[in-house]
Design a protein around this ligand. Sequence first.
Ligand SMILES: *[C@@H]1O[C@H](CO)[C@@H](O)[C@H](O)[C@H]1NC(C)=O
Length: 503
Amino acid sequence: MRITFCQGVLAIAITLNLLILYYILRLQQRVLRRHRDHTQPGSRQQLAPLKPGMTILIREFEDFENYVPDVVRSFIRQNPEVPVVVAADHLPYPPMVLPSTPNVKVLILKPAPDQPASASRPEVYVRTEYVALVPDGVKADATFQLERMLEELKAGQGKVEMVAAPVHSLAPLQCLNLKVSLRRWTAEYTAAPPSSKVCTALRGEAVLLLHTKDLFNLSMPLAKPLLTSLFIQTSLREWAVRILDISFSAVHRPLFTSSHNQWKADNLAKASHLQLFQDFGIKRVILEDGKEQWFGCSKETPRCFGTIHDDTPEYLYQNRWTPPCCLRALRETAKYVINVLETSGVRYWLEGGTLLGAARHQDIIPWDYDVDLGIYLEDIPNCELLRNADSGSVVDERGFVWEKAIEGDFYRVQFSEHNHLHVDLWPFYPKNGLMTKDTWMDHRQDVEFPEHFLKPLVPIPFAGFLALAPNDYRSFLELKFGEGVIENPEYPNPALKRMEKEH
Ligand SMILES: *[C@@H]1O[C@H](CO)[C@@H](O)[C@H](O)[C@H]1NC(C)=O
């Protein structure tokens, strides 16, 4: 068969077209793939692998007086190649004059609208296997200091995750043990025995060395105050720190030359403590000397949890229990209200979950959010505060608010006008040997009961004092909640949120 010239041209043209089409499709696929790689979540910018050695990280210093340039120079003098990162919340002002070598970088942690996210991410700047956290005003006297720290950290592999070298300063470095219970919103420091060198927290000044990947695996690696924040996070992971017998000297101590600057620094430190504890959800700190610090929950602050839906307060979904300061305020309100009822001659008894807590462990149930008392309806006129509450809410001389509840025929005493933690008073009256009332809540325990449980009322230890309870309160509770309720704790609405074991 002969092919004409035209047929030949046509065949070539078709082949050429097919080839072009093929290349266009290939190109398109490649562009699409690249686009997908960039937009898919998880395909984060790849970081360069970590290099051996360590980075000096300086995080805590004040703009108005600091010795960061001296610190940086002292480390560079020992090792001109050592990477140094100065991490600041915002661009330091007045500007800091740092050695202008490429291994010294300033990192601004505050994101800027014209910068990529990586510009404010510290893990992009620290690309060595180890990182040394160095306080302001510390001097490197000899190369061996950091080298020995590194050897010690490597030698302690598997036993300690961090090593610390004390800084010669006014107070010695203390070895502490820190137990954080997020469930109880509490951090508790205890002093380690004087000779201990391994612990879970430190108080004082130190140069701290750890693995870069460990530091940046924490949820807030560079939050201030740095060591407080760090040890709260590391103690939750059961990491340990070893205090070494290597130490650093301080260039400037005290760090601040004027009392005005010291005052400014103290105020900023206080504010960052407050912010840190708020961010971490810690409301109670027990110090190693037994002193307690409370954060949040006063008569002036609003109740620290919102309106309760389906009997399940929001903190239960966060796997936390009632904030300890709320429990404290509830105890105080309960004690006060019971005292008013007793002195004015109103018969009352611990009701519902409150009685359950008293029977179980002589206190408010650790995840409960209010206190319930039963009272005799006919005794209400004996109490002036209750009488007055009928015609509107009354703030008494101690700042508690007494009011008739809008939800039904019962009374409510609030901790304060701002803080609506409360004790509810449920009026009952006898009818044919049963105690009954007119408003019922949709709760299993909200049922009538025989009056003989109240004859007589019996004292029961509760929240640090003696309160009155129905006699045979075990049967009373089992009648209301079901058998075995004292021994088998459950959250108020197990269908929504069941109890888990505390770890
Ligand atoms: C980061 O921490 C989590 C637990 O908090 C752990 O499971 C994971 O292995 C850690 N990753 C690295 C790279 O250390």
